[in-house]
Design a protein around this ligand. Sequence first.
Ligand code: ADP
Ligand code: MG
Length: 231
Amino acid sequence: QKARLVINDARSKGATEIVEFQAQEVLRAYNLPTPNTALARSSDEAVAAAEKIGFPVVLKIASPQISHKSDVGGVKVNLSDAEAVRNAFFDITARAQRMRPEAYIAGCLVQEMAPKGCKEIIIGFKRDDQFGPLLMFGLGGIYVEILKDIAFRLAPLGRDDAKGIIREIKSYMLLKGVRGEQPVNFQAIEDILITMSELALDFPEILEAEFNPVLVNSEKAVVADVRITLS
Ligand code: ADP
Ligand code: MG
């Protein structure tokens, strides 16, 4: 199927990292929720894509060699008109070229913005030689490094395991909502965890995968960034 094609293609090129744009194809093949995204090779294409997707949009550097996009100033969110998109395209590509002269820059991804007020979570797995895929769940964004608030479960994950791993983190109450906030859509998070466990078992050559962040509100969850590492 499609996921197999993407992974085989990356391997045949000797790549060990599948960055966002290609990895999204794997996600779509598994019916995981991804934001509407287009690859723009010029500022004109970026503006056209943004108009089609609808403002505001996010622009992200698209390069097979750049997997940590923010490190090179490669992500700009909340771009609300054509001029902002055009400027961001030039800014992002110029800076990436300057900071990573060896990198091939395909252009920028133009991506639908997640709605305001979403919470950021991280869902990932690492493959253990002995025990197989170890799924990880935690709060994302700036909190994850400070709080080290992460829970783990071995694959395969069923519905109850998914519910359990979510409740295990200390920040669970933040997801339930404080001060009259609506709780996030827990079922959407569970679905992503269960599907990631399936992906991990289907593809032994995936060493690790990280959805960071998954943006979630009371209605839905969307995988806003994905990185897949092959063995
Ligand atoms: P990086 O490669 O640096 O991890 P990301 O794609 O994760 O790049 O983007 C960096 C940050 O920008 C995310 O952690 C998130 O806060 C924000 N972001 C990324 N994509 C979106 C989106 N579609 N909607 C809203 N915010 C986003
Ligand atoms: Mg990220």
